[in-house]
Design a protein around this ligand. Structure first.
Ligand code: SAH
Length: 280
């Protein structure tokens, strides 16, 4: 019989159920950095390699968007270093984070660099790889489910549907200087991409909406925001491109959130209902 404590202690390091056979697990060698995507939040959406890395790392350097339930999958003794960059908490500079990774690897530890979603989708993963490479540190990259896909699915919004979109575009609403990126061709986005998925889009959403509508995208296009997707706090607001800003304000939605614009949003009623029926 399990004791109370056992029932509440996450099964780590050795649990066979967490390490299914049939997977070619690479050895996590001392002195290496593994750059791993943690997915949007729900630990059930982790990859097996991410789980392996959590169980074997000596130190975890994690971002603000990494869910606590995921960090809890590492043994309690594993060192955890917060390297987040969100408002309100002291933010680490990118150069400092990269230096830290190099220093930890050189000290002979197994370093897990854990990032929300996928490390290469608006996650600065490439910059860290370049830095590690330049300093001769061996590294491995493990993809994760990006919020723009996993977050939509959790809200019952399909990323593509054959009848509505043969393309989908991922866009950041926030450039390095804190503004809407200059490099975006709004005319092309408004006309050429049937589905637009914005990361970091809430702050500048009024500007984004204005630019899309001014470029000719119909204000009646279905649109949605999914906040804290795949966490117990997930909230979804659906509206149209023209009414989304107000709907988000009324609902009191806060970042992190994915904003999606396109006909796929209208399928949500059916798919979200089906997902609920299939649930517990
Ligand atoms: N590398 C991450 C994205 C980092 S940029 C990925 O692949 O998902 C940070 C943005 O990601 C947030 O501003 C938000 O737009 C989005 N995001 C990340 N996690 C999210 C979540 N659980 N719910 C909604 N949006 C999320």
């Amino acid at each position: 019989m399990m004791t109370d404590t056992a029932a509440h202690t996450p099964d780590t390091a050795t649990g066979p159920a967490l390490r299914p056979a049939g997977v070619d697990y690479p050895e996590f060698l001392p002195g290496w950095v593994w750059l791993v995507g943690a997915g949007p939040g729900d630990p059930g959406l982790l990859t097996l390699y991410a789980l392996q890395a959590l169980q074997q790392a000596d130190v975890i350097v994690y971002d603000a968007l990494v869910d606590d339930r995921i960090l809890a999958l590492a043994p309690p003794a594993t060192e955890r270093l917060y390297a987040g960059k969100r408002g309100g908490r002291p933010s680490a500079k990118q150069a400092d984070i990269s230096e830290t990774l190099v220093a930890l690897a050189r000290s002979g530890r197994r370093v897990l660099r854990l990032k929300g979603g996928d490390p290469f989708v608006f996650g600065r993963g490439a910059e860290e790889c370049q830095f590690l490479h330049a300093h001769g540190i061996p590294f491995r990259v493990v993809s994760g489910i990006t919020a723009g896909i996993g977050g939509l699915a959790a809200a019952g919004i399909p990323a593509t549907v054959r009848e509505t979109n043969a393309a989908i575009t991922f866009i950041t609403g926030h450039a390095a200087n804190g503004e809407v990126p200059d490099s975006l061709n709004w005319n092309a986005l408004a006309h050429a991409s049937p589905v637009l998925v914005f990361y970091m889009g809430l702050k500048h959403l009024p500007v984004i909406v204005d630019r899309l509508v001014a470029a000719g995208r119909s204000a009646d296009t279905p649109a949605a925001a999914v906040a804290e997707a795949t966490t117990p706090r997930q909230r979804v607001v659906t509206a149209t491109l023209g009414t989304l800003v107000e709907a988000i304000r009324t609902a009191g939605l806060h970042p992190p959130a994915i904003v999606v614009v396109g006909e796929v949003v209208s399928l949500r009623q059916i798919i979200a209902a089906g997902a609920r029926q299939a649930g517990p």
